[in-house]
Design a protein around this ligand. Sequence first.
Ligand code: NAD
Length: 468
Amino acid sequence: MNIDVELIEKVVKKVLSDVETASPCEEYSYGIFETMDQAIEASHKAQKELMKHSMADRQRYVEGIREVVCKKENLEYMSQRAAEESGMGEVEYKIIKNRLAAMKSPGIEDLVTEALSGDDGLTLVEYCPFGVIGAIAPTTNPTETVICNSIAMIAGGNTVVFSPHPRSKGVSIWLIKKLNAKLEELGAPRNLIVTVQEPSIENTNIMMQHPLVRMLVATGGPGIVKAVMSTGKKAIGAGAGNPPVVVDETADIEKAAKDIINGCSFDNNLPCIAEKECIAVDQIADYLIFNMKNNGAYEVKDPAIIQQLVDLVTIDGKKPQVDFVGKSAQYILSKVGINVGKEVKVIICEANEDHPFVQVELMMPILPVVRVANVDDAIDMAVRCEHGNRHTAMMHSKNVEKLTKMAKEIETTIFVKNGPSYAGIGVGGMGYTTFTIAGPTGEGLTSAKSFCRKRRCVLQDGLHIRMK
Ligand code: NAD
C-alpha cells in the first residue's frame, strides 16, 4: 500500500488549524464579560467547579478576598475611586466601611449544621448553595456590597453575578477583577465573581430573567426590591430605610448628641441605617441641640433658608436630588450662601413631622429635630416616620420600659439603644457586619446562610450512639 505522506501532512495541518479556530486560546477576563449571557454561563460553570472544592478551600477564598481588600493601596484606591465616581461620600469613611465589610462579614463558620439523633437514626440539615446568585448593588455602598456579598455567597458555595449601579461601574469592575486575580492565585475556579463591561438596567433585567440564576439579591431602593420580588425566583430584598432616633428626658443628653451627630454624618449619611430624623422630648430638646452644636452641627433657624435647602436638595419635597446625596454639610451650606469649615458635619433644623426632611430618605447630613411633649408621643411619631420599612431605629433613654416599648412597636430589623446607628452593623457594637440588610424579606443582617438552601439528609436506624 502506498502512503501519501504529503496528503497525510496536509490533513493533519487542516485538522490542527480547525481545532485552533474552534477553540482559540481563551484569554481570562477576570470575571468581566461583554454580555450578561456570557457572564451567567461562566458563573454557572464556575459554580459547578466550586462544588468540587472543600469547605477549607472556600474559607481560603474568603481570606483571599479579605487580603485583597485590606491591602493598603487597594483599600485607599477603591475608596477614593468610589467617592469620585459616584460623587457620594468621603474617602476616610469608605476606607472604614470597606475594611469592615472585609473583616466582619462571616465566612463558612456561619454555616452551622443542625443534627437530630434519636430512636430512628440521624438527620442532618445542611446549608447548601443555591447556585448562581444575581446581586444588585447600590451607588451608596458600591464596593462594600461587592465585598460582603462575595464573601457570604462564596462561603455558601455559590457564585455571584453582580449588577453594579452604572454610576459606580468603574470601581466595581476594578474590584471584581482584583478579587478574581487573587482567587485564581489561590486555585479557585475562574469567574466566581462576574459582571458585564457595561452595567445597565437592561443587563439587570436580563440577569433577573435568566434561568441559570437561581436567587436574586437586591440592595437598593423600593423599585429594585419590588422588581426582584416579582420575578418568581427566590429573592432577598434589602430596601430603603428612614431611621428615626428618639431622645427622651432620661437619656445621657451629652452622649446622645455626640452619638447622633457621629452616626448621622458617617459617610455623609449614605448608610441606609444612619440617623435621618431626630424626635426629642421638649424638656431636653434645647440642651440636645446645644450639645449637637458642640459636636459639629450647624443649626439653620431662618425659615427662608430652610425652604431654600428643601428646594435645593429635594425634587418637589418628595425625593432626594441625586446631585446632593452623600455630599458634605459644608458643600450643601455653601450652595445657600453659608460658608463654614470642615468641622461642620451635620446641618440641623427644627421641623414638624410633615416636613420633607423628616419624611424623605435624603441620604445627606441634614437632620431635622422634631419636638414632642413626651416619650410616648415620640415613639408613636418614630413609628410613623419609619414608614413601615422595618429597617433601623435608634433610641437614647435610660427607661427600660420605654426602650422595650419602642423596640416592640417599631419592629425594625436593627434597633440601637444608647449608641450611634453604626453600632448596629458591628462598629462599636457586638455582632458581625453586612451592607445588605434584608427587612422586606426578613433575612435581617444577611450572612452566608442567608444565601443557602436548607437540605435534610436522613439515615434510618444508624449513627445514634447514646443507647445500646
Ligand atoms: P437604587 O434603587 O437607585 O439602585 C440600586 C440598584 O438597583 C442599582 O444597581 C440600580 O442600577 C438598580 N436599579 C434600580 N432600579 C432598577 C430597575 N427598575 N431595573 C433594574 N435595575 C434597577 O438605589 P441607590 O441610590 O443606588 O441606593 C440607595 C438606596 O438603597 C436607598 O434607598 C437605601 O436605603 C438603599 N439601601 C439599602 C440597603 C440595605 O441593606 N437595606 C443598603 C444600601 C442601600
